[in-house]
Design a protein around this ligand. Structure first.
Ligand code: UDP
Length: 251
C-alpha cells in the first residue's frame, strides 16, 4: 500500500488537530498532549496523554465496529495519528450518565454516586464561547440542528454505545460512570460516532476501589488536581487492550 500523505491543517481543537490527506475521503486526526478543563481555564501538557488517548480510542472504536456500531474510525498510523472518514459533526455533545457525577450534581439535587436507571441522556450545544449550554428539546428544535427523526437516531445510537461500552468496561473491572460522544454524518449521509472516546471524555472508576478519589481513572484526576493522570489513563489502556481487537494500521 502506498503511504497516505498528510496535508493541510483543517481544524485545531483543544486536544486534537485534524488534517486533510491526499485521499478525498480520508482525514487524519493527531492526538495532542494538551490537557484542558473548565472550558480551557485550566491547561497543562501531559506527556504521553496523546498517545494513550489515541490508542484507547482506537481500541474502543474497534470494539464498537465489531459490535455493529458505525463510527468514523478507519485505523491508526504511528502512535498519535488516527485515520478517519470525514464527517459533518453535529454541534451537539451527547452525554450519557449511568451514575450521577460532575455537572449533574452541581446543577440538580441528585447525590453524587447515585445510580441512574435508565441512563440519563443530556444534550449540550457545542460552543466554547457560550460554555456548551444544556439544550432542551425545544431549543434543539429552534436551532434546527437535527430533525426529530435524526434526534431519535442519535439517542438510540448513544444508548447502544452505552450498553456496549458499559459491558466491555465492566468485564475489566471498570465502571462507566458517564461519557460524552459526538456524532456526525458521513459524505454518504450515514450517522456515525465521531471524535474520540477516551478517559478525557468518559468517567471511569475502578470497581475494586471504594475510595471516592483513588478509584478515579479519568480526566477528573486532572480537574481535581489528584495527580497520576497519565498513570490512570495507562491503567485504562492496560485493561481494554486485552478485550478489544488490535487497532488496524491504516495508511
Ligand atoms: N465531557 C466531555 N467534554 C465536555 C464536557 C463533558 O468530554 O466538554 C464529558 C466528561 O468528561 C464526563 C461527561 O462528559 O465524562 C459528563 O460531564 P459533565 O456534564 O458532568 O461535566 P463536567 O463535570 O466535566 O463539567
Amino acid at each position: 500500500m502506498t503511504a497516505v500523505a498528510i496535508g493541510a491543517l483543517l481544524y485545531e481543537g483543544k486536544a486534537k488537530r485534524v488534517h486533510a490527506t491526499d485521499q478525498p475521503d480520508l482525514v487524519a486526526v493527531e492526538y495532542k498532549d494538551d490537557a484542558t478543563a473548565f472550558n480551557a481555564l485550566k491547561k497543562a501538557q501531559l506527556t504521553g496523554k496523546g498517545a494513550l488517548n489515541c490508542r484507547i480510542s482506537a481500541l474502543l472504536f474497534e470494539h464498537l465496529e465489531r459490535c455493529g456500531i458505525p463510527t468514523h474510525y478507519l485505523g491508526v498510523r504511528d502512535s498519535l495519528w488516527m485515520m478517519v472518514r470525514p464527517v459533518r459533526v453535529i454541534p451537539v455533545e451527547v452525554v450519557v450518565r449511568n451514575i450521577a457525577a460532575g455537572s449533574l450534581c452541581r446543577q440538580l439535587p441528585i447525590a453524587a454516586g447515585s445510580r441512574l436507571q435508565p441512563a440519563l441522556i443530556d444534550l449540550y450545544y457545542k460552543d466554547d464561547a457560550l460554555g456548551d449550554p444544556l439544550l432542551s428539546e425545544a431549543r434543539l428544535e429552534r436551532l434546527q440542528l437535527v430533525s426529530p427523526e435524526q434526534l431519535a437516531s442519535i439517542r438510540a445510537l448513544a444508548l447502544q454505545v452505552n450498553a456496549v461500552l458499559g459491558e466491555l468496561f465492566a468485564g475489566v473491572g471498570l465502571e462507566l460512570v458517564d461519557f460524552k460522544i459526538e456524532l456526525g454524518f458521513t459524505t454518504t449521509g450515514d450517522l456515525v460516532v465521531a471524535d474520540e472516546i477516551s478517559p478525557d471524555s468518559c468517567r471511569l472508576w475502578d470497581r475494586a476501589i471504594s475510595d471516592s478519589q483513588e478509584r478515579i481513572l479519568d480526566k477528573d484526576r486532572f480537574r481535581q488536581d489528584l495527580g497520576g493522570v497519565v498513570e490512570a489513563y495507562g491503567e485504562v489502556l492496560k485493561r481494554v487492550q486485552g478485550v478489544c481487537p488490535e487497532p488496524r494500521v491504516y495508511g
